[in-house]
Design a protein around this ligand. Structure first.
Ligand SMILES: Cc1ncc(COP(=O)(O)O)c(C=O)c1O
Length: 434
């Protein structure tokens, strides 16, 4: 592919974006980027500048922009049939459902396809309520589930909750956020107080019997908060004691992102009754999945319908993505390159006191910035400045966290140590500059 031509004036696309889109559709950077091309690990803007993409459109471009094997499969499918609706069976949907049943942990078997993580989570909540006959769901503070009424009520961030909760029945447990422990304790002396608190939460704020506990294995939008060892084992035990199912929201953590395992939850010894995912499965093609045990899926009474759910194009892309991950050992690559990356980030932490915490798994790594390592006062201003600097070095990273003080990365699963070196060099120079 040729390099896009540099446009002399500032971006016309950005100007129209500002004029014609909801202002809530906010862009990164003081001078937002309009991207016109993606190839492999790089993207180009409409000014002709090339960037190393270390965020992948929020952990969504998993196997590289315009991956030739994924694109070839999509192109062949476009030339066969692009839409059927779920009123008719289609081969990519059936094959993908079978493939997911094979790679998901435990007894997960039956899939429902949608177009986004929001819909995947909504479907899971709906399914858990129908399967248990109960209506209350335990979720985590600092979690994110999307932008429907249900998802907005479930998530745990004031900045994303622009209306009060519209759907009743969600109760929010303290996050397993060791760096800012809600109980001011330290692992392992804490005895997993945050997990134990779920019992108190259920007994004091619900009817005592719940439909489900829904949690991200690593809280993504929350700033890649990694629960401590033993957390999910305890939390799920309490959930089951009170009649609930366990829903693992793997919208960010699936497909090898955390290294070695297909799913982030496999890093703990628990079996979800439902897994939801989206993002990286389609490598940029919209897809959402809710996969459940037969007992749960079979209790979801008809009718239900999603026009584009199970779309042959999206399912073809997903099948090709899974094949690339498998053929190229990308789950292993995520662990190896992610481990190398983590070491380099720890090196930056030794050098720059503004980095309070480095955390994540595999190729899902983040840094939490603080004004003072003792008070841990969040430093969102430095995140913005670092992002402007890394942009000058032609590297893209993301941000997150309740306070906007976390730099998040989501490098492609096929990234190499050279890409890590390039990112670390840009970060090093950026931290030095601010
Ligand atoms: C953990 C998690 N769940 C659900 C969602 C919602 O997904 P979508 O934006 O595709 O609706 C997101 C989006 O970032 C997410 O990170």
């Amino acid at each position: 592919m040729s390099t896009p031509e540099r446009q002399p004036a500032s971006s016309e696309t950005v100007r129209k974006h500002k004029e014609f889109l909801f202002p809530a559709v906010a862009n990164y950077y003081q001078e937002p980027l309009a991207l016109v091309k993606g190839e492999g690990f790089h993207v180009w803007d409409d000014q002709g500048d090339k960037y190393l993409d270390c965020f992948g459109g929020v952990l969504t471009v998993s196997v590289g922009h315009a991956n030739p094997r994924v694109n070839e499969a999509i192109t062949n499918q476009i030339n066969s049939i692009t839409h059927t609706s779920t009123l008719y069976a289609n081969k990519p949907q059936s094959d993908l459902a079978e493939n997911l049943a094979q790679i998901t942990p435990g007894r997960l078997k039956k899939s429902f396809f949608t177009n986004s993580g929001t819909e995947a989570d909504d479907t899971a909540v709906h399914a858990a309520k129908l399967a248990t006959g109960r209506h209350e769901i335990v979720v985590l503070r600092h979690s994110y589930s999307g932008r429907s009424a249900t998802s907005l009520s479930a998530q745990g961030h004031a900045p994303w909750r622009t209306l009060p909760s519209q759907v009743a029945g969600f109760v929010h447990a303290p996050a397993p956020y060791c760096y800012r422990c809600p109980f001011k304790l330290t692992y392992p002396d804490c005895g997993l107080a945050c997990a134990d608190d779920i019992e108190e939460l259920i007994m004091t704020t619900t009817t005592g019997e719940i439909a489900a506990f829904m949690a991200e294995p690593i809280l993504g939008v929350g700033g890649f908060i990694v629960p401590p060892p033993g957390y999910f084992e305890r939390a799920v035990e309490i959930t089951r004691k009170h009649g609930g199912l366990f829903i693992a929201d793997e919208v960010q953590t699936a497909w090898g992102r955390t290294g070695e395992k297909w799913f982030g939850i496999e890093n703990w010894k628990v079996e979800p009754d439902i897994i939801t995912s989206a993002k990286g499965l389609g490598n940029g093609v919209p897809i959402g999945i809710t996969i459940a045990t037969p007992e749960v899926a079979d209790k979801f009474p008809g009718l239900t319908f999603s026009t584009f759910g199970g779309n042959p194009l999206a399912c073809t892309a997903a099948l090709a993505v899974l094949k690339v991950i498998e053929d190229d050992n990308l789950r292993q690559n995520s662990a190896v390159v992610g481990g190398y990356f983590r070491d380099q980030l720890e090196g930056l932490k030794d050098k720059y006191p503004v980095i309070g915490d480095v955390r994540g798994m595999g190729l899902m790594q983040a840094m939490e910035l603080v004004k003072d390592r003792d008070t841990k006062e969040p430093d969102p201003q430095s995140v913005l400045r670092i992002m402007e600097e890394t942009k000058k070095h032609r590297v893209l990273v993301g941000k997150g966290g309740l306070y906007g003080n976390v730099i998040r990365t989501g490098m492609m699963l096929n990234s190499t140590k050279d890409h890590v070196d390039e990112l670390i060099e840009a970060l090093d120079q950026s931290f030095a500059a601010v």
